[in-house]
Design a binder for this molecule. Structure first.
Ligand SMILES: [Zn+2]
Length: 1043
């Protein structure tokens, strides 16, 4: 999905904001999750391994399967065993469908009895088929604390076809509080394992119709109805249908429920209510967000990603509305009372979380792709002209991905729709991608270049998912990164193809890699592949690790494999797993085999990549340059706070040692265009490199590790080498490309943060910025400087720091001015960055010009004279400098704006006021749905917390409103982690630490924010440490430099 909420682009985590940045058992309490017959199958599988049938199974703790459950001497009590061959085939079948974890059910220590329920450990086995001559070295030493409860659904039945009808009622004379939807469903199952109950997921649904269960041969004979009763396991969100007789393995059955209901609420989950105003009247629409676990809130289903089926959908609407779903409409039927039922073509085999059902009154525009796929863009009628850009980009990128993956887009149509209320940035539902308006709508002259890039990036991300995630789906949410990491990397390829002048791959380094380094440098981070079970845990991992770290290690892999091997391997992976599910090893094998076929140096992809996915954090490579022709490399784990106490949630199977594809260049022969054959594979803690290009250590001579920063690691040097790199920046920075200038700044500051480098070196690394005209290094620097600013904001040193910042910014600000007319994309980015700094650090011309432009707009509200690229700075500055009049003008503009990007910008600017009472008023508005859309509440509170004056207000407000916030945002909401991380990010004193700790200890349930709280505590500790260690150094340095 679409992280789609806070990043400059896409869902969830410590994202940057849109604008600036962004056993209780059921009645079947003794139900066995693994039956005796399954145990038999598993035991047989173990033997199959031994005789080399071709399936290798390894388990948590690195143990090879030792299943002592034994063969049942007779058929299982429930009646089905099926014979050994059938059992093996069945197990292979499950494994091939990605239901690998069933093979773990027997992974208890030797002599242990057969488990009677799924083990509570969330460690999953690696079940892989050995292919060709790739060596499997699967080791899974990861351990985690147990999940809250095991919530996995029994797999006795496999759904083949759902026939589902839904009818939302959101029309007068009903009031919104009474809106509901009605549904009915028929599910055709194949029985894999004899059972007398059918378990489905169901959440917040009420059942008032008849239940029937039939064998297809008996469907017209009521006396053969096998239904007995049904019950609920509320904690697991199960609906359990009990049958009179046993359903037999190998047979098909149909469960039909003639009527169920659910409330239609504006809760952004499952089938929910959204609304907007047209001509003064409220229009209600119904839309969906299923990922990760809310399809079950819409209709009863087996709501796990690997449990794929086909769907026949019927949506019933009033005649003045339209309906849209994943597939095209094939027929409709008029019903009583002005109702129309639209019947959709049957979907291909797909996951429940990718379904989408929408009933609205929107209009659309359309184009056709090169392969004759109909591509439509829907929006509110008033905003339809803003959909042209995303449609143009979407069609072009879809054409590109079809060629790149060498697999045709698999559905007959692709729709995109911008809905007014949406929790994430967008959602990749197959054939019907849903966006929040800021991620799809673009209006030239109103929206900025940043808004435009966000639209292109999110469109590209969601289209990438049509293959990564939709066609091939991770077996379980623990491999979410397979979805999100790939989409987050491939999105850059799609946009780069459409806009090569945007330098997307250079932007990647600052937007994703360096951004996630910060998050992944914490001991409360998590591995990319992360065991999860409960929906709260699933929601938690829609974060920067799954997205940006996933993308960064994929970029590293593309580099060391080479473009051609990467592309062919991906295409093989996708085509071999199409319409099915995959485990990450499937990807490693596809790429590894391709690497062997292509004769590459690095062939065992899994062996390398496991070190990046199965353990958290990342290494620093220390380059020791002692003599001509030689350097010594040493790797160590980077932690922002080396004293942080490991909570022990994850154990590394590799002792925090990585297989690092190291590269370097030198001042002797600067060559940054490195290729895969330049890679030095660093498998050990230390490694010696001899190369004649390495100069004599000394004045002016330097070595630089990680050219183009392809590798996911930091580089540290001895002080002399750092000084020589800094001198190179000061004398002629163009010798080093923008990415590595950005890297030097980012590494120096981060290593200073962790205590691995003197802060004075970090400060010197930005001393050349007065001559830097490229956006990429400035972007890296502003990230670091924003941190320093937030730390010093209330410290006496802030004055001298501001002086320094003005000094570095003034010349470039004077050169660039605030005239952004006809600026190119990155020039506009640069001007936006510099003017933002100029106004923030009190350069008079910036503040005067901003106040003047805003006043001109207030004088003639119909004509906004401010260039879109400068609006954020101008609005914020004028509101900060002004009073209630300016603030209310902006609020009014927010209320009436028709372009979502403009609304979003104003929402951010309203938090810039320096009046405490205005900020308090704004905080209260943030949770009033009549004022601020629910999707934006979290952003508003975080914006206010970033204002030095608003910081403590937001923290007090958060604590006062905790119960409300937890209820409304804390369970399964992607924004909750962002809220916690956002409002605590600048905590840097012991009182802050104690307040945070006391607050956490006073609450029994932290909802989906548990991890974010741990991270906030660690960050606060790290900030305190930073203040103690660095404030004196900064004070001395600034003084010495004359500030
Ligand atoms: Zn996504």
């Amino acid at each position: 999905m679409p992280g789609e909420s806070y990043r400059l682009g896409d869902l969830n985590g410590s994202y940057k904001s849109d604008t600036s940045l962004t056993e209780k058992k059921g009645q079947n309490g003794d139900k066995m999750y693994i039956s005796t017959a399954k145990a038999f199958i598993l035991a047989f599988l173990a033997i199959a391994v031994a005789v080399g049938v071709g399936i290798i199974v390894h388990f948590a703790g690195g143990r090879t399967l030792e299943c002592n459950c034994g063969f049942p001497s007779t058929a299982s009590p429930s009646g089905g065993s099926g014979g050994s061959t059938a059992a093996l085939e069945q197990c292979k079948d499950w494994a091939s469908e990605g239901i690998a974890y069933i093979c773990n059910e027997c992974s208890q220590p030797s002599q242990a009895p057969c488990p009677t329920s799924a083990p509570v450990t969330t460690s999953r086995p690696v079940v892989t088929t050995t292919r060709d001559n790739v060596i499997t070295t699967s080791t899974q030493g990861m351990t985690t604390t147990a999940p809250k409860i095991d919530v996995r659904i029994p797999l006795d039945l496999n759904p083949l076809l759902y026939t589902v009808e839904l009818q939302p009622d959101m029309y007068a004379p009903l009031q919104p509080a009474n809106f509901t939807f009605a549904g009915k469903i028929k599910i055709l199952f194949n029985c894999r394992q004899s059972t007398n109950q059918i378990t489905l997921h169901s959440k917040k649904l009420t059942y008032d119709g008849n239940f029937t269960v039939f064998h297809p041969n008996d469907i017209n004979d009521d006396s053969k109805n096998m239904y007995s009763s049904h019950s609920f396991d509320m904690e697991r969100q199960f609906l359990i249908v009990h049958t009179k007789d046993t359903l037999a393995a190998g047979e098909n059955y149909t469960l039909e429920i003639s009527s169920f209901h659910g409330p239609l609420l504006p809760d952004l989950a499952g089938l929910y209510l959204s609304s907007y105003t047209r001509n003064g009247a409220t229009v209600h629409i119904a839309t969906t967000q299923m990922q990760p676990t809310d399809a079950r809130k819409t209709f009863p289903c087996m709501d796990e990603p690997a449990v794929k089926a086909e769907f026949d959908v019927t949506l019933v609407r009033k005649s003045h509305m339209i309906s849209i779903s994943n597939m095209p409409i094939i027929s409709n039927q008029t019903r009583d009372g002005d109702w129309v039922a639209d019947h959709f073509e049957t979907t291909p085999k797909m996951s429940t979380y990718l379904l989408a059902f929408i009933i609205c009154d929107f209009d659309y525009i359309e184009q056709t792709t090169e392969n004759n796929i109909q591509y439509r863009a829907f929006s509110r009628p008033e905003a339809l002209s803003q959909a042209n850009y995303s449609l143009e980009v979407g069609v072009d990128i879809l054409n590109y991905f079809e060629k790149y993956f060498n697999i045709s887009y698999p559905l007959p149509k692709q729709d995109m729709i911008a809905v007014p209320d949406f929790s994430a940035g967008a959602m990749e539902n197959w054939g019907l991608i849903v966006y929040r308006e800021t991620a799809m709508l673009y209006e030239k002259g109103v929206s900025s270049e940043g808004n435009k890039q966000r639209v292109a990036v999110v469109v590209s991300h969601e289209l990438a998912h049509q293959w990564f995630g939709n066609l091939v789906t991770p077996s379980w949410w623990d491999d979410l990164w397979l979805n999100e990491g790939f989409a987050s990397y491939v999105e850059y390829m799609g946009v780069d193809n459409h806009h090569p002048e945007w330098r997307m791959f250079e932007q990647f380094v600052v937007e994703d890699l360096q951004d996630v380094f910060d998050f992944d440098g914490l001991i409360s981070s998590h591995p990319v592949y992360v065991p999860v079970s409960h929906p709260d845990e699933i929601n938690e991992i829609f974060d920067r690790i799954s997205y940006a770290k996933g993308a960064s290690i994929i970029r590293m892999m593309r580099f060391f494999l080479g473009d051609d091997t990467f592309q062919r391997g991906l295409s093989n992976y996708l085509s071999s797993r199409a319409f099915g599910a995959a485990f990450h090893d499937d990807l490693w094998f596809a790429l590894g085999n391709q690497s062997i076929a292509d004769g590459n140096a690095i062939q065992n992809v899994k062996e390398v990549m496991d070190t990046w996915t199965l353990q958290m954090n990342y290494p620093t490579v220390h380059v020791k340059h002692m003599q001509k022709g030689q350097v010594t490399l040493t790797q160590s784990r980077y932690l922002q706070d080396p004293d942080a106490k490991d909570p022990g949630k994850y154990t590394s199977p590799f002792g925090y040692k990585w297989k690092i594809p190291f590269t370097f260049t030198t001042s002797n022969m600067p060559e940054f265009n490195v290729k895969s054959n330049d890679v030095i594979m660093m498998n050990e803690l230390t490694h010696s490199v001899s190369n004649p290009s390495i100069p004599q250590p000394g004045t002016g001579n330097w070595v630089l590790g990680n050219p183009m920063q392809y590798g996911y690691y930091r580089v540290n040097y001895d002080e002399g080498n750092w000084i020589n790199l800094i001198r190179q920046l000061e004398s002629n920075h163009s010798v080093i490309p923008p990415i590595n200038r950005a890297q030097i700044i980012n590494d120096a500051w981060s290593l200073a943060k962790s205590g691995d480098l003197d802060m004075s070196i970090a400060l010197q690394s930005i001393n050349y910025l007065g001559n830097e005209e490229d956006y990429i290094p400035w972007s890296a620097a502003t990230g670091q400087l924003a941190f320093v600013s937030s730390m010093l904001a209330r410290h006496p040193l802030f004055g001298a720091f501001s002086h320094f910042m003005r000094n570095k910014t003034q010349k470039i600000f004077d050169d660039l001015t605030m005239n952004n007319t006809d600026a190119s994309h990155l020039e506009s980015y640069m001007r936006s960055t510099i003017s933002g700094l100029a106004c923030e650090y009190d350069i008079d011309q910036c503040k005067t010009e901003s106040t003047r432009l805003f006043a001109e707009w207030m004088g003639n509200p119909e004509k906004n004279p401010i260039d879109p690229g400068l609006k954020s700075t101008v609005y914020c500055t004028a509101i900060a400098e002004g009073g209630i009049e300016e603030w209310e003008f902006a609020l009014n503009q927010y209320r009436t704006a028709n372009v979502a990007a403009e609304k979003s910008r104003l929402l951010s600017a309203l938090s810039c006021s320096k009046e405490t009472w205005i900020l308090s008023r704004y905080l209260n508005m943030a949770i009033d749905e009549n004022e601020i859309r629910r999707q934006d509440s979290v952003s508003v509170i975080v914006y206010i917390s970033r204002n030095t004056i608003g910081r403590s207000l937001a923290w007090d407000f958060f604590r006062e409103q905790w119960d409300f916030l937890l209820t409304d945002y804390g369970a399964g909401s992607f924004g909750f982690s962002n809220l916690i991380g956002g409002i605590t990010s600048s905590f840097n004193t012991m009182p802050h630490y104690n307040e945070l700790k006391d607050f956490m200890e006073s609450k029994t349930d932290l909802g989906s924010g548990a991890r974010a709280f741990d991270q906030a505590l660690e960050k606060t500790q790290s900030n305190i440490r930073w203040m103690n260690a660095n404030v004196p150094v900064i004070a001395t340095w600034l003084k010495d430099m004359g500030f």
